[in-house]
Design a protein around this ligand. Structure first.
Ligand code: GDP
Ligand code: IMO
Ligand code: MG
Length: 432
């Protein structure tokens, strides 16, 4: 059995964690392939709500092996804290259940200092990063100066950390006017982290190959979303990795022919946290109707930073774009329940830009911040739908809304979720 990829179709927080959890029940191996603890993935099992930042969401299911690919950047303290949190919650975390690629890069305190300082220096042009050191760690990786998880196996790891911090201190002092970091203290801490992490360090590509060879299903869990992709997203308001399906191939070290399912996860509306263009953004009461007030665990406040998310109508131009970039074979629409009681519903079918109608992503500098959305209106429904489990349980307008999405994107919808719980999912047989 080959690889199934779960991809965020928007700007992150689409509900990737919960679908990964569901599909992990059938998988032998579940891999995160990009990003770091900028991600926040939620898995809800009864009254237990797991918030995962680094460890693949598949760890919550008892059987799958969870691995972290070389395309990731890992803050070792955050990882070890997360492992402790999982063990305290009754989940086994040992080298039989969790593997970390030797090729993944390490986030250092200097990356975090630079991330924060660079945001301040950008002033009005700030990206709104999570300040987790993600961008600077990927910059080091590309510059071939970063430390990798595999360096933790070297006898001179301590010296490598000291050298890198001393080097980064030069920029921290000269460019950002900050005090230098204490390289010795950091090296001491990183040596302790290395001691705990060593048994988990592995050759992830080889592990994935072994599972595929034996006919096991591999599940790749994207972090962030297509529109945050460093190559194809809304640059420069993006993250520094490849959250798209192509990222799986490089991070896990597999060939493209090993992939047979690419599931694009999209909310039933649009959300974004951080800066950057968002054509369908709403303000005032209509935005609150989508965001919620914060009283429900699923309301639109960041899992990682608690920032309120910007909300707006579903943008079908961008969803079509995401389907193209990733090669979606199917889609999942999440948070359909949130639309109950909103009348009428709108979707953005096309843009008006430079006097023309654009059905696809406009081409041109800063185009997305200048487009005007062209909306279609749809009848809403008033009944709560959180207990729907099959298509017959959904009101007609909800089915029509899903049909509109599927037709506009030309990709079948396999699942729609109507609540955060494991079983709050409607399964379709690719008829929508
Ligand atoms: P991820 O980053 O893509 O894994 O998504 P997040 O976990 O950051 O955000 C999704 C939020 O929506 C979480 O609080 C989920 O529990 C919640 N959620 C996911 N699917 C649904 C759904 O269908 N309905 C509702 N009400 N909440 C959902
Ligand atoms: P999950 O996996 C939503 C956003 C940040 C910022 C931009 C760059 O939970 O969907 P970074 O710290 O990565 O340099 O920030 O990307 N961002 C996310 N937004 N969900 C995420 O992850 C995100 N990870 C990064 O808000 O706009
Ligand atoms: Mg999230």
């Amino acid at each position: 059995m080959p690889i199934t990829i779960v991809i965020g179709s928007q700007w992150g927080d689409e509900g990737k964690g919960r679908i990964t959890d569901m599909l992990a029940a059938e998988a032998v191996l579940v891999a995160r392939f990009n990003g770091g603890d900028n991600a926040g993935h939620t898995v809800t099992v009864g009254d237990q709500i797991f918030k995962l930042h680094l460890v693949p969401s598949g760890i919550v299911q008892p059987n799958a092996l969870a691995v972290m690919g070389s395309g990731m950047v890992i803050n070792p303290k955050k990882l070890l804290d997360e492992m402790d949190y999982l063990m305290d919650s009754g989940i086994e975390v040992d080298p039989q259940r969790l593997g970390i690629s030797a090729g993944a890069h390490l986030i250092l305190p200097s990356h975090i200092a630079i991330d924060g300082a660079a945001e301040i220096a950008r002033g009005d042009g700030a990206i709104g990063t999570t300040k987790r050191g993600i961008g600077p760690a990927y910059a080091d990786r590309t510059a071939r100066e970063g430390l990798r998880v595999g360096d933790m196996l070297a006898s001179d790891f301590r010296q490598r950390v000291i050298r890198r911090i001393l080097d980064q201190n030069k920029g921290i002092v000269a460019l950002y006017n900050l005090p230098p970091l204490d390289a010795t203290e950091i090296a001491n801490r990183y040596e302790q982290y290395a001691e705990r992490m060593r048994p988990f360090i592995t050759d992830v590509s080889e592990q994935v190959h072994q599972v595929l060879k034996r006919g096991g299903r591999v599940l790749a869990e994207g972090a962030q979303g297509t529109l945050l992709d460093i190559d194809h997203g809304t640059y420069p308001f993006v993250t520094s990795s490849n959250p798209i399906s192509g990222g799986v191939i490089t991070s896990l070290g597999v060939g493209p022919h090993t992939v047979d399912r690419v599931i694009g996860v999209s909310k039933a509306f649009q959300s974004r946290v951080g800066e950057g263009p968002m054509p369908t953004e709403l303000s005032g009461e209509p935005a609150v109707a989508l965001r919620g007030t914060g009283e429900n665990p699923w309301d639109e406040f960041g899992t990682t930073t608690r920032r309120p998310r910007r909300c707006g109508w579903l943008d079908l131009v961008l969803l079509r774009y995401a389907a193209r970039i990733n090669g979606f074979t199917e889609m999942m629409i999440t948070k359909l329940d949130v639309l109950s009681g909103i009348e009428p519903l709108k979707t953005c079918a096309a843009y008006r830009y430079q006097g023309q109608t654009w059905n696809d992503m406009p081409f041109g500098p800063d185009a997305l911040s200048k487009v005007e959305p062209i909306y279609d209106e749809h009848p809403g429904w008033h009944e709560p739908i959180m207990s729907a489990r099959n298509r017959e349980h959904l009101p007609g307008p909800a089915l029509e809304y899903l049909q509109t999405i599927s037709t506009a994107v030309n990709v079948p919808i396999s699942y729609a979720s109507v609540g955060p719980e494991r079983d709050q999912i409607v399964h379709f047989k690719s008829t929508i």
